[in-house]
Write a protein that binds this ligand. Structure first.
Ligand code: ADE
Ligand code: ZN
Length: 354
């Protein structure tokens, strides 16, 4: 397309047919399930390691990328936590956040609810202020700079104790951290939501919104616990609800949002292949599902890549694509005013996704 960029007329016969295709419109979406530490791309890992004088246990990018073959959630978490060693200063957290927002804007993200794992940094000796202020400093100007409204979710590591989570929540509240919600992540099986009843009660009392990972690798009963014991408004992942028809009916009736991450589920072997993913069945059942990227640097794609690969495998209808986008907006913790703006933008154009 260089000839067009230079403004030179090209005889039609010389144009490749593919160049004549009008690119599909990227739908405006809200990304509701995104771990900011999971956006650290290999190149940035190496750049930050160099800046901070940290020796990485990989000779180069290729050797690091070779480790991105996961067998389950834990095999991913081991690498995900290890790579956080390069995040040392506020600037590091800011650079990571900026890189995500730039890429997310190109993916059609217009509102992002961003999880971070403060305990994974505290345990390395990085103060709360460093990680929170580093991320928040970039989120503060995101709407102006990238057209993406944002909010921050403090996620707690469910394989640590509830006492640890309560202490960190106290610290976040004491420093008046700009968090809007809490979440629950890390190794799911053996760490049921019921372990964090007091944490969620405290967060609710503090006026925070509530979400939790449940039913990613863990059973449908963890989703029920998250709803009944933690009182969450949203379930992150939730794909295992499909094992329990009564639960599906309950989630449909309550319009409970499920923030589904298809490429993540494939890479972490929650499903064998994308063709085996329950997303079409979830949509057909009337569940309130959205499409999200989880840890895009590790799982081979941002929101647009998730949509594109879903479309390639399932040939989603324009209606389903628009429904997924609308679900993401309705399911967000954004203000009603912001939701209305995003829905206007969604309804204003044709409905197609790359
Ligand atoms: N932390 C980062 N990504 C996660 C995932 N997919 N499940 C649980 N914890 C996580
Ligand atoms: Zn997640």
């Amino acid at each position: 397309m260089d000839n067009f960029a230079a403004g030179t007329a090209v005889p039609e016969t010389e144009l490749d047919a593919a160049e004549l295709e009008v690119p599909a419109r990227i739908l405006p979406v809200a990304e509701l399930h995104l771990h900011i530490e999971g956006t650290l791309q290999p190149e940035l890992i190496f750049a930050l390691a160099e800046r901070n004088g940290i020796a990485l246990p990989y000779a180069g990018l290729d050797e690091l990328r070779e480790r991105y073959e996961f067998t389950d959630l834990q095999s991913f978490l081991d690498l995900y936590y290890a790579n956080m060693a390069v995040l040392q200063t506020e600037q590091d957290f800011a650079d990571m956040t900026r890189a995500y927002l730039e890429r997310a804007a190109a993916a059609g993200v217009r509102h992002a609810e961003i999880m971070m794992d403060p305990q994974a940094h505290l345990s390395r000796g990085i103060p709360l202020e460093t990680c929170v202020n580093g991320v928040a400093s970039v989120l503060a100007t995101s709407q102006e700079e990238f057209g993406i409204s944002t909010l921050l979710i403090a996620a707690f590591l469910r394989d640590l104790s509830e006492e640890s989570a309560l202490e960190v929540l106290d610290g976040l509240l004491a420093m008046n951290a700009p968090i809007a919600a809490i979440g629950l992540d890390s190794a799911e099986v053996g760490n049921p939501p019921s372990k964090f009843e007091r944490l969620y009660a405290k967060a609710r009392e503090a006026g925070l919104r509530l979400t939790a990972h449940a039913g990613e690798e863990g059973p449908a009963s963890y989703i029920i616990e998250a709803l009944d014991i933690l009182g969450v408004e949203r379930i992150d992942h939730g794909i295992r609800c499909m094992d329990d028809p009564d639960l599906v009916e309950r989630l449909v009736d309550a319009r409970t949002p499920l923030t589904v991450c298809p490429l993540s589920n494939v890479r972490l072997r929650a499903v064998d292949t994308l063709a085996d993913h329950p997303l079409p069945a979830m949509l057909a059942a009337g569940l309130n599902v959205s499409v999200n990227s989880d840890d895009p640097a590790y799982f081979g794609g941002y929101v647009d890549d998730n949509f594109a690969q879903l479309d390639a495998v399932f040939e989603l209808s324009d209606f389903d694509k628009a429904r997924l986008a609308a679900n993401s907006i309705h399911s967000s913790f954004a203000s009603e005013e912001r939701k209305a703006e995003l829905l206007d933008e969604l309804n204003g154009g044709e409905v197609a996704h790359p």
